[in-house]
Design a protein around this ligand. Sequence first.
Ligand code: PRP
Length: 170
Amino acid sequence: MEILFTQQELARRVTELARAIEADYQGKDLLLVGVLKGAVIFLADLMRHLSLPLAVDFMAVASYGAATKSSGVVRILKDLDTPLNARHVLLVEDIVDTGLTLRYLLDVLKARSPASLKTCVLLDKRERRQVEVPVDYCGFVIPDVFVVGYGLDYAENYRQLPYIAVFRAT
Ligand code: PRP
């Protein structure tokens, strides 16, 4: 598989994102919200570089499958444990593609009246966007290729790779 981002490149970019987040959230009650499962490795690395008080929570979602995906309706498999009122929420995603998942999650979370709501996305496949979503902290913009590793899967495989690679079915 062709490596798109090496372990070192990922580590460097994650550290840069952490510095930017640290600067913006000084003195604020930060809640990181990870979206399972793809975001776990990114989130784990990111939070280890954040020298400020924070809490972490997770959501698990599933889209309704290819046929209905364009509806933008996402099924919540696991909701947050934490109430959001007055929290500064940073939603952490591994990848934004059509934007439908992030759009839905932002709408759901916004309705719970957080003090603020921003997004941190490792990979932005911008050319595939169907709905506009704000990406406040972006790791890398990538072309329309299928990527695996560093949390991202192909049929649940390859999530454990320490780098991000382009997957091509042969
Ligand atoms: C990925 C990713 C986002 C979503 C982005 O999750 O983590 O949640 O797809 O796609 P979109 O912008 O087109 O909505 P996936 O469904 O692969 O689940 P996973 O995180 O468990 O691998």
